[in-house]
Design a protein around this ligand. Structure first.
Ligand code: FAD
Length: 382
């Protein structure tokens, strides 16, 4: 068991720096064409299959996936730079985001060859999008209490039950879902769960919208009623998904999206404060940038670990916990420093939206308390 964690400094190689300029250029062109706005209030949909296909044409989906599956065989550091630019510009990347970040890597690592050959090229082409099927009405933080059943049927399994909070399930082409294939054992309560790749068009699957605090339809209930899933779609070994699902969560928590989701709070503050912000605002801004810089350095270090073939569960939990707490408190601190001036609708709208979505930041992808539990275990404290 690890008893510590570390964040070795990582320097970006020249190819990553060159890529940053290339991505910026692409994004500037798209902004100039009116494809999206970097000053969006966040209310606009970031789900755009068209934009994802353009990103795919550039070779920026599946960048780290092996070339034998059509991937681009590039480094995690190059991918990091590309993501950073996409997030900082508020590019509409939701369609391919989950597939590129976690579903693709999980399928590559644990999926069956036939499914890899079928799905991975679609992810890379910007044609397949994924939902995450973990949470259920009685199983959120305690992922391994999942109870949606997968019962054996001719050539596969029948799914029955309800998942909840499933982001984008109403528009994703696929899901990786966690299902109960056997009861837990006395020795291992995590035993008995199996992940499958689910085609969302399968008969017997339906979704019901849940409208979030900001008034948007992003997450859903997903109902399975005798939905058939072929055996070949199984990920890893039957009943043993506690390992594959943990790896998926590490991929989910590892990226800079965990502190860049509401970066517009800061960029709007900078714009509104102008070139001479005054001592108080400059000091406050300096503080926030220092936090951001430290988070970024830690997160980049995680990209270095991924490049080294590691699964940095604990480090990812540290960055997600620190990053989301920082980001959640940001609108309050920024409003205190410099509230939107009368008539500055852009700043006001960004603040409104980022305040409304702040509560979710420390819940999605694992709550604050759960992450701290993981960190404590990683430090050998529990
Ligand atoms: C915006 C958003 C998007 C989401 N998207 C998805 C998705 O796409 N797919 C998906 O599967 N899920 C998704 N979720 C669900 C999310 O993963 C769960 O909400 C989260 O895991 C918490 O589970 P819960 O809501 O059941 O709360 P609970 O697990 O019931 O937790 C309630 C409270 O108890 C605390 N708590 C629970 N267990 C412990 C413990 N052992 N020790 C200390 N405190 C504890 C929690 O920290 C929390 O404060 C999303 C959530 C949000 C907010």
């Amino acid at each position: 068991m690890p008893v510590s964690f570390r964040f070795d400094p990582v320097d970006l190689p020249p190819e990553a720096k060159a890529l940053r300029l290339e991505v910026r250029e692409f994004l500037r062109e798209e902004i100039a064409k009116g494809t999206f706005s970097p000053l969006s209030t966040g209310r606009e949909s970031s789900w755009s299959p068209e934009f994802s296909r353009k990103v795919a044409e550039r070779g920026w989906i599946g960048m780290t996936f092996p070339t034998e599956y059509g991937g681009h065989g590039r480094t995690h550091l190059e991918r990091y730079v590309m993501i950073e630019e996409m997030l900082a510009h508020r590019a509409p990347i939701s369609f391919h985001w989950v597939a590129d970040r976690q579903s693709g890597p999980v399928i590559l690592r644990y999926g069956q060859e036939e499914v890899r050959r079928e799905i991975i090229p679609k992810i890379i082409a910007g044609e397949a999008s994924f939902a995450i099927g973990l949470s259920e009405p009685n199983s959120g933080s305690d992922v391994f209490a999942a109870s949606v059943k997968a019962t054996p049927a001719q050539g596969g399994y029948l799914l029955n039950g309800t998942k909840i909070w499933t982001s984008n399930a109403h528009r994703a082409t696929h899901m990786i879902g966690l299902f109960r294939t056997s009861p837990p054992t006395k020795e291992n309560r995590r035993f008995g769960l199996t992940q499958f790749v689910v085609d969302m068009k399968t008969p017997g699957i339906s979704t019901r919208p849940i409208i979030n605090l900001a008034g948007r339809h992003e997450f859903n209930e997903v109902l399975f009623q005798d939905a058939f899933i072929p055996e070949v779609n199984m990920i890893g070994e039957k009943d043993m998904s506690y390992a594959t699902a943990s790896a998926e969560l590490a991929y989910e928590r590892a990226g800079p999206d965990r502190f860049l989701e509401t970066l517009s709070t800061l960029t709007e503050l900078v714009r509104s404060a102008g070139p001479e912000p005054g001592e108080r605002v400059a000091e406050g801004l300096g503080r926030e940038i220092a936090h951001l810089k430290a988070l970024r350095r830690m997160s980049l270090s995680i990209a270095g670990m991924l490049q080294g073939g590691k699964t940095p569960n604990v480090e990812a939990a540290v960055v997600k916990d620190l990053g989301t707490n920082w980001e959640q408190a940001l609108p309050g601190r920024v409003r205190h420093l410099l509230p939107p001036a009368e008539g500055d609708e852009s700043y006001a709208a960004v603040m409104r939206f980022n305040t409304l979505i702040a509560p979710k930041l420390t819940i999605q992808g694992g709550t604050r308390e759960v992450l701290r539990g993981i960190i404590a275990r990683g430090l050998g404290l529990r």
